[in-house]
Design a protein around this ligand. Structure first.
Ligand code: T4K
Length: 397
């Protein structure tokens, strides 16, 4: 058994390892795309690369009505406007990136926070109905970490109460549920293609509509509401993706299967090595799911592990491991939402607990297997250390 200072010395990585890293396409291929853009002088506004990317993306994600966007946040705002959700309340999760709640705020809608399920980490459907009021317009769940929500139960609730469902599928690129694309559920789904995502267009996103008519409205709204040179059909916004992003996306489409495969191998290393470490919960893959391995969250139970999540986080940073506490603090704690009745901690016990326990380990296709193993050994050594009861600050001096 070692003490903490020895553990850090022994497991410190030579270079920083971040929670994620994008898979980069071949530079020469991208330069070829740039040459075409230079030649055409067509930089944005539904250019040829944009059109090709939208078409190929639609085939890849197995969805018919895809509109690509400059980012997922604007796409979520357009999703709300498409369905005319611009007042009242929307039920959503506090365990997410701030964008999910902020789009409601920007569309003048009050978020109503609902607790999460301890297995999926997504909205707990058994707690949704008690939050429905005459003001409720929709449900905005997140497939957090790419783990599918209980889409069937959410659909049933929405149908009974006449609510829309918009899925924040920012993490769920290529995820399938019961043999179908996860994007096939709800009225609208939104993907993010930010640089930190499994599939990236640098910044970017996509909105998946249910019908051609809906897609047409989405495309008006993402282009200032312009239908033609002399007609504005609604209060649109600028949500367009440009040709440079589309070119990046086209190249990423060729890499993403390999990236998922490589991430799966990293996930297997973590899963095998950490499953039996006392005080650690490794989230099992959900049944009927084809996962994308976008994130690798683990939960730390302080008593059994012998160290809190926050202390492990600090130790990891000393070892050059830049894991992240996605999603701590809960967005319901932010000052713009904390006064809402639904934001009270007592009403969100599972989300409150998970947010203090979770840590997302580095996962990306080019992560060396040996690095992943070192991270596992570091975590296991922390659990087994001699100075379990010493204060962290003293131990690190
Ligand atoms: N809904 C959900 C559920 C979301 O998670 C998000 C975004 C959205 C909606 C909104 O989607 P977008 O409008 O962004 O399309 C990142 C991203 O900025 C954010 O897009 C993402 N979720 C969130 C989960 O993560 P940060 O603040 O953690 O990113 P940052 O800059 O600290 O990057 C994390 C690590 O990634 C770095 O330590 C290193 C690596 N990295 C990052 C960048 C930007 C790279 O290797 N290369 C890069 O270019 O928010």
């Amino acid at each position: 058994m070692q003490d903490l200072a020895e553990i850090i010395r022994e497991h410190k990585l030579a270079v920083p390892v971040y929670v994620t890293q994008p898979v980069m396409p071949k530079l020469e291929g991208y330069v070829e795309h740039l040459a075409g853009i230079w030649e055409r002088k067509w930089l944005t506004n539904d250019g040829p690369l944009h059109q090709e990317f939208e078409r190929r993306l639609s085939e890849y994600v197995d969805a018919d009505h895809v509109s690509v966007f400059c980012n997922a946040t604007i796409a979520l705002m357009v999703a709300l406007e498409t369905l005319r959700i611009d007042s009242g309340e929307v039920i959503t999760t506090p365990f997410t990136f701030p964008a999910t709640s902020h789009v409601l705020y920007w569309n003048r809608v009050r978020p109503v926070f609902c607790d999460i399920d301890p297995v999926t980490m997504n909205l707990d459907p058994s707690k949704i109905e008690r939050l429905i009021s005459p003001e409720t317009k929709a449900i905005l769940p997140v497939h957090v970490y790419g783990r599918p929500c209980d889409v069937e139960t959410i659909q049933r609730i929405a149908e009974i109460h006449g609510l829309h469902v918009i899925y924040d599928a920012a993490h769920a690129f290529a995820v399938r549920h019961k043999g179908k694309s996860i994007l096939a559920y709800g009225d609208i789904s939104v993907l993010s293609f930010h640089a930190t995502k499994l599939f990236t267009t640098i910044e970017g996103g996509a909105l998946i509509s249910r019908t051609d008519v809906q897609r047409k409205r989405v495309n008006f709204l993402k282009n200032f509401g312009i239908a033609d040179e002399e007609t504005v059909v609604g209060p649109g916004i600028n949500g367009k993706m440009n040709e440079f992003q589309a070119a990046f996306g086209l190249m990423q489409l060729q890499l993403v299967d390999g990236e998922i495969h490589n991430r799966r191998e990293i996930a297997l290393i973590y899963r095998e090595a950490l499953r039996h470490v006392a005080g650690i919960t490794v989230l099992e893959e959900l049944p009927d799911t084809e996962s994308n391995y976008a994130y690798f969250p683990i939960l730390i139970e302080t008593e059994d592990f012998g160290m809190s999540r926050d202390d492990l986080f600090v130790v990891m940073r000393h070892c050059n491991v830049f894991a992240r506490k996605y999603f701590y603090p809960l967005i319901s704690h932010a000052s713009c939402y904390s006064a809402l009745p639904s934001a009270a901690a007592v009403k969100l016990p599972v989300a409150e607990r998970v947010a203090t326990q979770v840590i997302c380990l580095p996962i990306y296709g080019s992560l060396e297997h040996e690095t992943a193993r070192t991270i596992c050994r570091l975590i296991a050594a922390c659990a087994a250390r001699r100075d379990r009861h010493a204060a962290l600050a003293g131990t690190l001096c």
